[in-house]
Design a protein around this ligand. Structure first.
Ligand code: NAD
Ligand code: MG
Length: 399
């Protein structure tokens, strides 16, 4: 008998090979890791698009190395400088509309959504609307507009493949059973740099303290989100949208070693987990090569160096962001846009030294409390809620 994958036997997955890849946010942490993975995968994987905000020299270097058909730079001011460094082979697209155009171009099959924050929302939607396979790192897009993205993907046939390590783990573990057989999801969390700090110590933690993540090396915004545990709150909402889960079926479990990337418990009591070294190249590659598994360059787990795996419940009093994550997931409507917008603005204020660490989550709470949630919104309404939340944070800071 011809050998078949279990997933094919069950009809869960349709095979598809991603070949032509556009990377939104190619100058960032996920973007550069994606380029390393693509290079190592060899000739069947071709980079056709690159996009970033303002690091034009780095974009030019990436263009020289990967020879994409097009490159998009979000900041208009850097377009001339980048144009001067491109050879004729790569077309230059500029501004937010350039990003949207790049994400939807016909010359790509697969779009890696790796822009940080709601700045990535419109290009992510453009890729979904164009029916691409989308490797989703940009979790904020789902937090703000999951209510638009998920139904749109169903309509256009776009496939959302998670790059966030926990969601990649859940995606892989879910393949062991059927949706109705799932009892709960264990969403694991490292606990961040302040896992063992008291609330008083945390209140005035410095930027350097917040950036000292114990297990993952990531961009600045998500690293600060890990310190407040807003990252896990955003991931609860992300998981609800990606896997059609009720918030109450998701349990956050602190696991400081970041080796179990998440788990699924089925009704019969079996728990299926995905494990690996904490290296984003593993979930990035899995999204790109799905449903295949091929040798790659990600760090491997060596069990002889893993002395033990620890687990503890999260402390919702020291990390109130987590409780808010559940609340926002249940509220729906504009709540996600406000939650995310307030966080982005507060994290920016903390990064600039304008507010102490403890104030980030307080500000989000204040803004959420002032918001009247609207349901069944279109994209403009969600973007307006995002803008409103940012203004409210500024008002609190100046008022
Ligand atoms: P990063 O700050 O390292 O990179 C962000 C990228 O987005 C850069 O290329 C930057 O140029 C681009 N960008 C920022 N603002 C932009 C704008 N207005 N227009 C166009 N481009 C813009 O961030 P990162 O850590 O790579 O994270 C990217 C996304 O992936 C985030 O949503 C994050 O939550 C998610 N994620 C990251 C990791 C990780 O290990 N870094 C893990 C899981 C999920
Ligand atoms: Mg994650």
């Amino acid at each position: 008998m011809e050998s078949r994958r279990w997933s094919e036997v069950w009809g869960l997955h349709k095979a598809s090979v991603a070949k032509r890849i556009a990377i939104m946010g190619s100058t960032g942490s996920i973007g550069t890791s994606t380029l390393e993975v693509v290079r190592a995968l060899g000739d069947t994987y071709q980079v056709v698009g690159l996009a970033g905000k303002q690091r034009w020299r780095q974009l030019a270097e990436q263009c020289a190395a990967f020879r994409p058909q097009a490159v998009a730079v979000a900041d208009q001011a850097n377009a001339q400088s980048l144009a001067g460094l491109l050879n004729g082979a790569t077309e230059l697209l500029v501004g937010p509309t350039g990003l949207v155009e790049l994400a939807a171009r016909e010359d790509s099959d697969f779009v890696v959504a790796a822009i940080v924050g709601s700045a990535g929302l419109e290009s992510t939607i453009a890729a979904v609307r164009a029916g691409k396979q989308v490797g989703l790192a940009n979790k904020e897009a789902l937090v703000v507009a999951g209510s638009i993205i998920v139904p749109l993907a169903r309509q256009t046939g776009a496939r959302l493949l998670p790059i966030d390590s926990e969601h990649s783990a859940i995606f892989q573990s879910l393949a062991a059973g059927r949706a109705e057989e799932v009892r709960r999801i264990y969403l694991t969390a490292s606990g961040g740099p302040f896992r063992t700090w008291s609330a008083d110590q945390m209140a005035n933690a410095t930027l350097a303290d917040a950036l000292r993540h114990p297990t993952w090396n990531m961009g600045q915004k998500i690293t600060i989100d890990s310190a407040t545990m807003m990252n896990k709150a955003l991931e609860i909402i992300e998981a609800c949208w990606l896997f059609d889960l009720a918030p109450d079926s998701i349990e956050v479990l602190v696991h400081p070693e970041s080796i179990i990337h998440s788990m699924v418990e089925f009704h019969d009591g079996s728990i299926i987990a995905q494990l690996g070294a904490p290296d984003m190249k593993t979930p990035i590659q899995y999204a790109l090569t799905y449903p295949d598994r091929v040798p790659g360059i990600a760090r491997r787990l060596d069990f002889t160096t893993v002395r033990r795996l620890n687990f503890e419940p999260p402390d919702l009093d020291r990390f109130p962001a987590l409780r808010m994550g559940y609340e926002v997931a249940r509220l729906g409507g504009t709540a996600g846009a406000v939650f995310n917008g307030a966080n982005e603005e507060a994290v920016e204020a903390f990064s600039q030294g304008r507010i102490p660490f403890g104030r980030i989550v307080e500000l989000i709470r204040q803004v959420l409390d002032r918001h009247t949630i609207e349901q069944n919104c279109d994209l403009d309404r969600l973007l307006a809620a995002d803008a409103w939340a940012r203004q409210e944070v500024q008002r609190c800071l100046h008022g």
